[in-house]
Design a binder for this molecule. Structure first.
Ligand code: KG4
Ligand code: ZN
Length: 349
C-alpha cells in the first residue's frame, strides 16, 4: 500500500468546532474539539450564535490541531470537511475555511456527510469495527438503523419519524430542569433513580410487529417526551416533582434504551450478523451500551467509540474523508454546504 496521506478535516455542523490531523486510518496526530458553551443559557443550540462562535474560533482550532500534530498546513495532503447535514450557517464556516485552505495549498478537498462519519468514528480507534455490521446511529439530529455490508453501501432499515433519540434526551432534560446537553446529565441523575418507577410507553414497539411492517424498525420519541411532561405536571401538582426527578430520568432513559435495543436486535436477527456498531452522541450512554451488550450475548461483538469520538469531532470526519479520497471522490471549489445533505450510498426503503 502506498504512503498513507496526511489529512486535516474540520467539523462545524452543530455546536462543536473541531479540527483533526490524522495519518492514515487511526494515527491521530492532532485533535481539538471546542464545545460552544453559550447554548447552555438557552437549553438548546441557537443557530445564529453557533455560526458566530465557529467563525470566531475556527482558525485557532485548526492551528491548535496542527500544532499538536507538529506539522505545518503546507504538509497536509488532503483537506476534509463536513458538508452536511447540520445547521447551514454553521456548516458554511467549515466549508468556506476548508475550500480556502485547499485552494491556497493546491490540495484535494473531500466533502463528508456528518452521519456517515459517525459510522466511521469507532474505526478510528479499533480496526475490528469494520463491515459487515448492523449500525445504530443515534445523535441529537438523527436516529438511524442501518445494515452495512461494506463501507459505502448502507441499507436503511429504520429511522425516527419525529424526534431524534438525542433530541428526546435534550428535551426531557429541559422539562426536568436539568440543563443542556441532556444525555450526560440525565445519565448522571438517573443513577440515583428507579427505572421502573414511572412506566413510560415504548413507542412503536410491540410484540405483534412483523419484519415487513412499516413500524418494525422505525422509532418515535415525541410521544414519550409528552408522556414525561404529563407525568411531571401531575407530580408538580402533588408537590412531589423534586424528589421524583431521579426516577423520572431513569424511567425515561430505560424507555429509550429498551426501544433502541429491541429494534437493533431485530436487525441482528434479520441479518444474522451479531456485530453492532454504535455511533452518535447517544452512543456515549452507558445504559445503552450495557443493554446492547447483554442483548448480543456471548458470541456478539459490540463496538462503540470512546466518549470523545462519540459526540461530534473532526477525527471521524478525517476517517470518512480518507475512505472517499481513496475512491477518488473529491469535491470542487463549487462545493457548498447543505443542511439536508443526503446520506451517500444509501439503498433500500
Ligand atoms: O452526535 P452528537 O454530538 O451531535 C449531533 O450530531 O447531533 O450528539 C449529541 C447528542 C445530544 O442530544 C446529547 O444529549 C446526546 O448526544 N448524548 C447522550 C449522552 N451523551 C450525549 N444521550 C444519552 N446519554 C448520554 N450519555
Ligand atoms: Zn453528530
Amino acid at each position: 500500500m502506498s504512503h498513507a496521506p496526511l489529512i486535516l478535516a474540520l467539523e462545524t455542523s452543530c455546536d462543536e468546532t473541531s479540527a483533526a490531523v490524522l495519518r492514515g486510518e487511526r494515527d491521530v496526530l492532532g485533535h481539538v474539539i471546542l464545545s460552544q458553551d453559550v447554548h447552555r443559557l438557552y437549553g438548546g443550540v441557537v443557530p445564529e450564535l453557533a455560526s458566530r462562535a465557529h467563525l470566531r474560533v475556527i482558525t485557532d482550532v485548526v492551528d491548535g490541531a496542527l500544532a499538536e500534530a507538529g506539522v505545518g498546513i503546507d504538509q497536509i495532503d488532503v483537506f476534509g470537511v463536513t458538508a452536511g447535514p447540520g445547521l447551514i450557517g454553521a456548516l458554511l464556516v467549515g466549508v468556506a475555511w476548508a475550500k480556502g485552505a485547499a485552494y491556497a495549498a493546491r490540495r484535494p478537498l473531500v466533502a463528508v456527510h456528518h452521519m456517515e462519519a459517525h459510522l466511521f468514528a469507532v474505526n478510528v480507534e479499533n480496526e475490528d469495527a469494520r463491515p459487515p455490521f448492523v449500525a445504530l446511529l443515534v445523535s441529537g439530529g438523527h436516529t438511524m438503523l442501518l445494515w452495512v455490508p461494506e463501507w459505502g453501501r448502507y441499507e436503511l432499515l429504520g429511522e425516527t419519524r419525529d424526534d431524534a433519540a438525542g433530541e428526546a434526551f435534550d428535551k426531557v432534560a429541559k422539562i426536568l430542569g436539568l440543563g443542556y446537553p441532556g444525555g450526560p446529565v440525565i445519565q448522571r441523575v438517573a443513577a440515583e433513580g428507579d427505572p421502573a418507577a414511572h412506566p413510560f410507553p415504548r413507542p412503536l414497539l410491540h410484540g405483534g410487529q412483523r419484519p415487513g411492517d412499516a413500524d418494525y424498525y422505525d422509532f418515535s420519541f415525541s410521544g414519550l417526551k409528552t408522556a414525561v411532561l404529563n407525568r411531571v405536571r401531575e407530580l408538580e401538582a402533588q408537590g412531589r416533582l423534586e424528589e421524583e426527578v431521579p426516577s423520572l430520568a431513569a424511567s425515561f432513559q430505560a424507555a429509550v434504551v429498551d426501544v433502541l435495543v429491541a429494534k437493533t436486535m431485530r436487525a441482528v436477527e434479520a441479518t444474522g450478523c451479531r456485530r453492532v456498531v454504535l455511533g452518535g452522541g447517544v452512543a456515549a450512554s452507558r445504559a445503552l451500551r450495557a443493554a446492547l451488550a447483554e442483548g448480543l450475548g456471548e458470541g456478539g461483538e459490540l463496538y462503540y467509540p470512546s466518549a470523545r469520538l462519540a459526540t461530534d469531532n473532526a477525527a471521524m470526519i478525517v476517517r470518512a474523508a480518507l475512505f472517499h479520497y481513496r475512491r477518488g471522490e473529491t469535491a470542487g471549489l463549487d462545493l457548498t454546504a447543505r443542511a439536508d445533505l443526503p446520506f451517500p450510498g444509501l439503498v433500500g426503503r
